[in-house]
Design a protein around this ligand. Structure first.
Ligand SMILES: Nc1ncnc2c1ncn2[C@@H]1O[C@H](COP(=O)(O)OP(=O)(O)O)[C@@H](O)[C@H]1O
Ligand SMILES: CC(=O)N[C@@H](CCC(=O)OP(=O)(O)O)C(=O)O
Length: 298
């Protein structure tokens, strides 16, 4: 059976447009942060899994770091608990930490692994505890306000930041043709688990792996300005003003901060893209136009 000519031409055009990108990125590492808000329905999850398998097949090494904020929230709700967020971070008491570990290390991680494997890939799920991948320390954030004499230190409970990354397990998996799928849970020197914002983990892993790109999949078209319009390329010099004006807030704060840190530490570029668009990763990697907001490295 032959394809209608128009469709066949579209397919040929897409493949030809992708070719130089496939050549350029072969052997390179792409760190993909898969946000909980981008895991909307089965079709999108399948599309994401297929994109990962295709990348691997054409010789690019995807390393996935996933979130799962909404999924943690819904289990907490079922248990009659609510969360408070400070600067985009979930205040995490001991009970909440158990739920975070169950949801991120268990349900969400294994669902992604399963989707990829069902589409012909070989994914392996990890938390930061496996292979001592993510060493964490307690995160202390400060709040400054005119009525305060000195900045106030806010204790978020079991919330951590990345102290160090040991990429040995990632190298081993990549060499063996596996796709690592990493949940953002770190372990402290005391052996305790820490809940780390997934954007922060993705940024650090991208730095340590000297990734070609850091792709942050979320539920907006990218970074939006005060009028709700997409900012196609971020001028890093404008970020503080955008924060002060309240344009960048909530979950976008850690995303932008980690993207900037990553490109300042050697990652070639970071991209905030709309995970609600089917095959968003392919569109960003393999087309001339790209999608979302680009944060260029030096
Ligand atoms: N300037 C902005 N542009 C886009 N989104 C923004 C902006 N400021 C705040 N946000 C919020 O950040 C959210 C994305 O962060 P988050 O909820 O943590 O998503 P994810 O689960 O993908 O990490 C958006 O849904 C939006 O509500
Ligand atoms: C400290 C902190 O806030 N941790 C996050 C970890 C999950 C995450 O980052 O998920 P998304 O990427 O889907 O937002 C949380 O508890 O929600």
């Amino acid at each position: 059976m032959s394809l209608p000519t128009e469709r066949a031409q579209t397919i040929a055009h897409v493949l030809i447009e992708a070719l130089p990108y496939i050549k350029r990125f072969q052997g390179k590492t792409m760190v993909i942060k898969y946000g909980g808000n981008a895991m909307v329905d089965a079709a999108l999850k399948e599309g994401f899994a297929r994109d990962m398998v295709l990348m691997k097949l054409v010789g690019i090494n995807p390393v996935i770091v996933h979130g799962g904020g909404p999924q943690i929230g819904s289990l907490l709700n079922r248990l009659g608990k609510t969360s408070e967020f400070v600067q985009g971070m979930r205040v995490t008491d001991a009970e909440t930490m158990d739920v975070v570990e169950m949801v991120l290390g268990g349900l969400v991680n294994k669902e992604i692994v399963n989707f990829i494997n069902r589409h012909g890939g070989a994914a392996v799920g990890l938390t930061g505890k496996d292979g001592d991948l993510i060493r964490a320390r307690k995160l202390l954030i400060t709040r400054d306000a005119p009525e305060l004499q000195a900045p106030e230190i806010i204790d978020l409970g079991h919330v951590g930041e990345v102290e160090s990354i040991d990429p040995a397990i990632i190298h081993m998996l990549t060499k063996g043709n596996f796709i690592p799928v990493i949940a953002p849970i770190g372990v402290g020197a005391d052996g305790h688990s820490y809940n780390i914002n997934a954007d922060l983990v993705a940024g650090k892993i991208a730095e340590v792996l000297r990734a070609e790109k850091l792709l942050l999949l979320t539920n907006t078209a990218g970074l939006l300005d005060a009028q709700g319009q997409l900012i196609p390329e971020l001028d890093v010099g404008r970020v503080q003003a955008l924060i002060d004006e309240g344009v960048i807030q909530g979950g976008m704060l850690p995303k932008i901060r980690c993207a900037i840190e990553a490109v300042q530490s050697g990652v070639k570029s970071a991209h905030i893209i709309d995970g609600r668009v089917e095959h968003a990763v392919m569109l960003d990697l393999f087309t001339d136009t790209g999608v979302g907001t680009l944060i260029r490295g030096r």
